[in-house]
Structures are given as C-alpha cells and as structure tokens.
Design a protein around this ligand. Structure first.
Ligand code: NAD
Length: 238
C-alpha cells in the first residue's frame, strides 16, 4: 500500500480522529499564512508582525495595531475549502472527535464543524476591556482608528496576542482530546508557535499523520508524512 492508501485505511478505521491545524489549512481559501511561501512574514512592514500583534505593542500603540489588524488579520468574507469540508463530513459521520485550530478565521464552523477548539481565539468575537460588552467583527471593521465601547474604553479582539496566555479551559480540553484520539492529523502548521505546537507530544497512538507543504519539527515522530498541499490530499479523502 502507498502512503495515501494507508491514510485512507486509517481514516476508515478510526473513530476518534483529532485534527490539529494552522494557517496552512486556510491558504487554499485565499487567506495568507505567516510562514509559507506567500506568507505575511515575507512582506516588509515597519516592525516584525510578531511585535505588532503582541500584547505590549497593543497597549503602547493601539492605533497602529488596529491599522495592521484590520488590513492583515481580519479574514472576513472567505469560504471553507475542501479540507474544511472533509473535516465537517467526518464530524457528521462521528469519526472526528475534535478540531484544534490555531486559526482565527472561523472557517471550520462555517463548514459545519461544532467541536472546534480555537486556541488563538476568533476575529468574530470582540469585547470591551472595561465592561466586557461584546461586539462583532463588522463593528471593528466599520470603525476608524481605535474601536471604542459605549463606555469609552477600547474594544479588543478575542484573539490571543503574542505574550498572552491561552485560555486554560480550551487548552485543557484540547490536551484531553489529543490524549484520547485514535488518530491524529497535524496539518498546515509550521509547528513553531507554542504551546499549540506542543500538543502533538500528548498523542499516545500510532497513527500520527503530518501533512504540510514544508518540513516541520515533528516530521520525525510522525507515522506518515506528506509534504503536499492539503487540498491535494483531502480531495482524495472525500
Ligand atoms: P504558519 O504560517 O507558521 O505555517 C503555515 C504552514 O502551512 C507553513 O509551514 C506552510 O508551508 C504550510 N502551508 C501553507 N499552505 C499550505 C497548503 N495549502 N497545504 C499544506 N501546507 C500549507 O502558521 P501557523 O503554524 O498556524 O502559525 C501562525 C500563527 O498565525 C497561528 O497562531 C495562527 O493563529 C495565525 N494565523 C492565522 C490565520 C488564519 O486564521 N487563517 C492566518 C495567518 C496566521
């Protein structure tokens, strides 16, 4: 059997698949990743993107933060691609236990998945830093400069910025899902952002599959590795 046939067989036999994904899952929907060939990190900005979307920079210069954030970090109006759709089908067939995503674009939910752990939050949720009033993405998009709540304080995205901890509950649920998985697929992520990247180490089974255009630091522990476009693999798993 070749690797694709083995993958198909494993998908057929597995009942608790956990999918850990990153920005590469959404590039085929048209959203740029950070570190891929056309990624944001290859573009030139006044400051490195990690600095602009850090907690300290947000507090120091929210005006600049929001200029960058609205322009580069708000993936609105995009549609799920074949990878999102296959994962939604697997959940409907009770094969998929959970999706753990580093993405903030909401495309897994748009495709129909219910059990999605958003490690880095979502651009669709925003809240006032004082009174916690909730705002949608359109509010952020349609305001100019620093978005302000009725109470006067800044409305911030429910997105985990660099230097900020992950939500403890989301992380714990993600770890449990990985520990109980009978198959784990890690895809479209450079596995460089922690603690998300460390989740792979909680997997205990022997069906760890890595699908990524470029090599990753976890290739050597995977049972199957594909250095391919996700669409190419997932379109054969429908
Ligand atoms: P990353 O940019 O560091 O890595 C993406 C990886 O995906 C790269 O190794 C690239 O080679 C691979 N890739 C890109 N397109 C692919 C495809 N079609 N098929 C297979 N592989 C492909 O992304 P990351 O590891 O997720 O870390 C970046 C951080 O940036 C995350 O925290 C994420 O939240 C955030 N981010 C999110 C979005 C989004 O929500 N869509 C977009 C950009 C960045």
């Amino acid at each position: 059997m070749n690797n694709l046939e083995i993958l198909k067989q494993w998908v057929l036999e597995s009942k608790r698949i956990v999918f850990l994904g990153g920005a590469g899952v959404s590039t085929e929907s048209g959203i740029k990743d950070f570190r891929g060939v056309d990624g944001l990190y290859r573009q030139k900005f006044e400051y490195p993107p990690e600095k602009i979307i850090s907690h300290s920079f947000f507090l120091e210069d929210p005006e600049y933060f929001y200029r960058f954030y609205r322009d580069k970090m708000m993936p609105l109006g995009y549609e799920p691609n074949v990878t999102h759709r296959v994962l939604a089908k697997w959940e409907a067939e009770c094969k998929l236990e959970a999706i753990i995503t580093q993405n903030i674009d909401g495309l897994h939910q748009k495709a129909g998945n219910k059990r999605v752990f958003e490690l880095h939050g979502s651009v669709f949720r925003n809240y006032c830093m004082s009174c916690r009033t909730q705002y949608d993405a359109a509010f952020i998009m349609n305001t100019k400069g620093i978005p302000r709540c009725k109470c006067g304080d800044i409305v911030r995205p429910d997105v985990v910025l660099y230097e900020e901890p992950l939500d403890g509950f989301v992380l714990q649920e993600s770890i449990s899902a990985v520990q109980n998985a009978d198959m784990m697929i890690v895809a479209g992520t450079s596995l460089t952002v922690y603690p998300a990247a460390g989740l792979v180490n909680h997997y205990r089974g022997d069906r760890l599959v890595l699908i990524n255009a470029d090599a990753t630091p976890a290739d050597h522990i995977a049972n199957l590795v594909f250095h391919e476009k996700l669409g190419k693999i997932f379109s054969q798993l429908i």
